[in-house]
Design a protein around this ligand. Structure first.
Ligand code: SF4
Length: 475
């Protein structure tokens, strides 16, 4: 799957606001003049979670300095901007990377969101999606609230500001039952850093330690980059408060023990970086196991295994190991191509794919290929890839998807298209095979996926495959 998910839509778009994001926060017990550099490195490690904008807020308890802009982390913070974020006696930093939709990618929506209220100044960084953001916003507007952005994070900021409780942790406990959806959030305010994960735990959030600092991040790969020690995951329904007294934990949700957990299984398939750990599992190893499972469940008649890079690489390795076929880099990815535009004709779409992924003729020519992709969303990329591979002389192309058919849209922070735009939305496997132009098409079964991930079905969200939504859309 190559950039087939459309990226986040905003609040006023089909009542869905999707934020595919990476969040990163540091609390240092001693003042740290290099805290913004730490955040810069952390955001670079999380770049895969959001490539359209980046932002940072630094605090010395009295003042918050912030800078955010559209672009990759190094485009935003590679020049003078980092030095402008210097604050005397800085103790805390909060960073964010995000995707956004084309038309509504307004600068105001870039996070961290900085807010001034009677409870003081705070910065918020959010990964996820509140299903009821629009209705909450309408209520708040009817009561006089004025919004400056179209992101759901601002809804949370207003709820916190209007809560009766004087401090933010108590305010969150007061208002959390109003929130429906997926959220992993870091809040920088006053003299503390607060980490929150929704009661179902859709999106990951982890805690690490580096020297005299605690770190919270979307993924453990950010700790590896910094040489920080991974401590543990923030549990679903847990609030972490880090201040001068140390790290405190409390569960804000009353039904903590009965709430069914719903970790997004797609983190294992596509979103997380392969060197990250989620629920104690290394993502690369899970993907390898997914590839093995796929090969085990298939009759493979090919000469070589070719991954669609980068997201299909780990699964293709496992597939090659299990099938005994040679693993070959038949497609080369250009990591520097950046954004490409939606192009109207098939020839131009092929060109777009070629800019990102180019076949190695010497590898594929005259051979039967087992092409492994992590998933198939609209089917446009794999369709173009197949055409390109045939033009490069491939004799036969069998496509293997390392995830089951994506039949339903996601409402929890991953902006899949509407069901009508999903190639598996109302088509059989044979119809999809025909549409993408492959000789054969095999999907991993949902049971196979769950078994490879190794987490019980009732602990993960699989809604985009089976429509079993942990929180019903519109509820
Ligand atoms: S619907 Fe799919 S992408 Fe969305 S949270 Fe569930 S498993 Fe993840």
């Amino acid at each position: 799957m190559e950039q087939e998910f459309c990226r986040p839509s905003e609040l006023n778009f089909k009542n869905k606001l999707h934020e595919e994001c990476g969040i990163f926060g540091v609390y240092s017990f001693n003042s740290n003049s290099k805290i913004s550099e730490l955040c810069h490195l952390g955001l670079l490690a999380l770049q895969h979670r959001g490539q359209e904008s980046a932002g940072m807020a630094v605090s010395n308890y009295n003042e918050i300095k912030s800078y955010k802009a559209q672009g990759l982390v190094n485009e935003v913070f590679g020049g003078e901007e980092l030095s402008k974020l210097k604050l005397k006696e800085a103790h805390m930093v909060l960073g964010h990377v995000r995707y956004s939709t084309g038309g509504e990618d307004i600068p105001e929506n870039i996070q961290p969101l900085n807010v001034n209220s009677s409870k003081g100044k705070m910065s918020l960084a959010h990964n996820g999606h509140l299903l009821n953001a629009l209705s909450l916003r309408t209520e708040l507007e009817n009561e006089g609230s004025i919004f400056h952005t179209s992101v759901d994070t601002e809804v949370l900021a207003h709820l916190l500001a209007r809560a009766e409780a004087a401090d933010i942790p108590t305010a969150f406990k007061e208002i959390h039952s109003k929130l429906k959806g997926a959220y992993s959030i870091i809040i920088l305010e006053g003299e503390r850093l607060i980490g929150l994960r929704d009661p179902k735990g859709f999106r990951p959030l982890v805690i690490g330690k580096l020297d005299d600092s605690y770190i919270m991040a979307s993924e453990t790969c950010a700790f590896n980059t910094l040489g920080a020690e991974f401590i543990r995951e923030v549990e679903p329904g847990e609030m972490i408060i880090i201040d001068n007294d140390g790290l405190k934990s409390e569960f804000y949700s009353n039904n903590q023990h009965t709430e069914q957990k719903s970790l997004c299984i797609f983190e294992f398939i596509y979103f997380a970086r392969p060197d990250s750990y989620i629920s104690g599992r290394n993502v690369h190893q899970v993907r390898r196991e997914i590839g093995r499972m796929l090969a085990r469940d298939s009759i493979v008649k090919a000469d070589i295994v070719v991954p669609v890079p980068d997201s299909g690489v780990s699964a293709a390795l496992g597939f090659a190991e299990e099938s005994g076929l040679p693993y070959q880099r038949g497609l080369i990815r250009n990591s520097y191509s950046g954004r490409t535009f939606i192009l109207p004709t098939q020839k131009m779409r092929e060109l777009k794919v070629r800019v990102k992924l180019n076949p190695v003729k010497e590898v594929v020519s005259g051979l039967r290929l087992a092409v492994i992709d992590d998933s198939i969303v609209r089917g446009t990329t794999i369709n173009s890839l197949i055409k390109i591979l045939y033009k490069s002389g491939a004799k036969k192309i069998d496509v293997y998807s390392a995830s089951p058919q994506i039949v339903y849209p996601c409402y929890y922070g991953i902006d899949t298209p509407e069901q009508s735009e999903l190639i598996a939305g109302d088509s059989t496997v044979e119809e999809i095979r025909d549409m993408i132009g492959a000789d054969s098409l095999t999907y991993l079964s949902l049971l196979g996926l769950i078994s490879a991930v190794g987490i019980e079905k009732d602990q993960v969200c699989t809604a985009c495959f089976d429509g079993d939504y942990p929180i019903k859309p519109g509820s």
